[in-house]
Design a protein around this ligand. Sequence first.
Ligand code: MRU
Length: 353
Amino acid sequence: MKDTLRSLTWTGKALRLLDQTLLPEQLVYWDCTESRQVADAIRILAVRGAPAIGVAAAYACVLALREAQKGGGDWAAISSRFHDACTYIDQARPTAVNLSWAVRQMRDVFAASAPEMAEENLLARAQAIEEEDRATCRRIGENGAALFAGRTGLNLLTHCNTGALATAGIGTAFGVFVTLAERGQIRCVYADETRPLLQGARLTATELMEDSIPCCLIADTMSAAVMRDRRIDAVIVGADRIAANGDTANKIGTYSLAVLAAYHHIPFYIAAPFSTFDFTIQSGKDIVIEERDADEVRRFGGVYTAPRRVPVYNPAFDVTPAELIRGIITERGVLTPPFADSISQYERSLSNE
Ligand code: MRU
């Protein structure tokens, strides 16, 4: 991955974000010195992808404390301003659990810190979250690649963007592609364009080309034909929230792919780190699905492609039922059905650290 395609960089004074809404045509970076700027960047998808949102939110909390301290007053006043800013960050987007997971950690670190240590401790935790994500992506890549040991000429299909732009590392599902490509096992990664905002076309296709991974971009409407005609070996996608029973929220269109994969007897895998699991919810019914602005569907690149006032339904995510998922590739191995058991074992292994 080229360094220019890093989704975020902490500069010491600011969180530098690559504005992903302008890719692939323009490389524009924003230096966010205020927590609200980061939260708003998350809201408009300048930074997006569940793990990257979590890392960005953690750094936003560091900025939030700096702002709260500048406002003066006693520690109670600073603390109250810090928590208000954390709430604003937390509410930027509802579906990717990595966001609230990161903000909760930062609030906990704040609560456990003496005032003179709070900023240093928050920064250390944000950096640890970023570093951990980088290492986690590598392990997901290894564990996913192990599923295809000894095989070459693989045709894989993916949706949305799960690469370096969506994480702090090589990516989740994309990390599996990178690892397999390093071992010469890939014939082609087919990338869905991912309507309405084209994360597949604008971001995944860019990353595949940058990493010289053999690839082919397709419109979302082509997936069924590609599965039937191009001998797809597996579908691998990312996740925004995984419930305790394995039901998984990911970019809208993922559910259709899972149904199509089942029809064509193609294994369907999710790749995700521990920060994407929501062990507190029993099933996908409890996942809040973000609905976004109607104009995202009515127009693209500022040009209307539909009547300006046509009613629109624009859920940003859908939930794939666990029964359609062959395995969940994590940093600790591949979880398999029954997911209620494998996920609870996974949760126990995390809490035993
Ligand atoms: O709306 P987005 O672009 O943030 O949606 C991103 C996705 O759905 C990704 O597939 C998911 O976050 C996994 S990122 C490794």
